[in-house]
Ligand binder design. Structure first.
Ligand code: ATP
Length: 271
């Protein structure tokens, strides 16, 4: 594919993806790469969080948005297999990836700096340059971030979560809520990649199908999951002590807020 402009290539891919129609993702999971990737990373047990339930039309729309977002991420993963063009865009003041800062200036832990470089990131994107100083501040600051798709928001909040955990404390300290099972797995993958050189920090998925014994306490410092299961783990099963949470991430907040059930659950977890 011609990739004179990385951003243009992303737009073209996204337009093509729209014409395929996101409904295929849910209607024919066996024919879709999206679900097979989720299966790959979860021993063939991929299943939509809300599968089998009757949902209002607006929830369907929001799920379609979440599915579209997942598709964009998967497409982009293939596009960003060379960092050269990202590098060029990061030097172009008109690009949303433009940045003057370096990761060193953010004074990341050496293990995380190593993880970031191993992912091929040479410098932060614009949103990362702007948001990371706030996200890395002690104590962490509240932040609502919005930027174009594919500009590095996920990488930013993953880095913030990894920076804030204390690996010596064996209990959950960061919660990340995603609108769908598949997006939770995708974000989890980024946490695993970025935290590759920080093995003391552990991650657990609060997703349907991950059943834990009643009465147990989690040892993992980061929990990523979908709203329903996360809420159950916090309030019904008490696997997580919400008072010990230092960082709470609401991924795809627009989708979450637009979906009534997710909105209620997210607010209850946050409280
Ligand atoms: N600083 C960086 N340098 C190079 N590549 C980066 C950088 N930050 C992120 N990327 C890569 O760019 C792609 C998009 O990043 P990311 O998924 O974090 O964007 P996003 O804004 O969360 O996207 P979306 O809006 O779809 O959720 C990913 O492949 C990621 O690995």
């Amino acid at each position: 594919m011609a990739t004179d402009s990385w951003a243009q290539a992303v737009d073209e891919q996204e337009a093509a993806a729209e014409s395929i129609g996101s409904l295929q993702i849910r209607d024919k999971p066996e024919e879709n790469g999206t679900v097979s990737i989720a299966r790959d990373s979860n021993s063939g047990t991929a299943k939509s969080e809300t599968e089998g339930e009757t949902k209002p039309a607006d929830e369907d729309d929001n799920e379609d948005k979440a599915a579209q977002s997942l598709l964009n991420k998967l497409i982009r993963n293939n596009l960003v297999n060379t960092t050269n063009q990202v590098e060029v865009l990061q030097k172009d003041p008109n690009s949303p990836l433009y940045s003057v800062k370096s990761f060193e200036e953010l004074r990341l832990k050496p293990q995380l700096l190593q993880g970031v470089y191993a992912m091929g990131f040479n410098r932060p994107s614009k949103i990362q340059e702007t948001a990371l100083p706030m996200m890395l501040a002690e104590p962490p600051q509240n932040l609502i971030a919005q930027s174009q798709s594919g500009t590095g928001k996920t990488a930013a909040f993953v880095l913030a979560m990894l920076s804030h955990v204390d690996p010596n404390n064996k209990y959950p300290q960061c919660l990340c809520v995603s609108p769908t099972y598949e997006l939770a797995l995708q974000t989890g993958k980024v946490i695993e990649q970025m935290g590759k050189y920080y093995p003391e920090v552990k991650l657990v998925y609060a997703i349907r199908g991950n059943k834990l014994q009643r009465g147990m306490k989690l040892q993992e410092q980061i929990v990523i999951g979908t709203p329903g299961t996360m809420l159950d783990w916090c309030s019904k099963f008490k696997f997580i002590d919400p008072k010990k949470i230092r960082v709470f991430v609401l991924d795809e907040a627009d989708v979450m807020i637009a979906t009534q059930g997710h909105q209620d659950q997210s607010i209850r977890i946050q409280r």
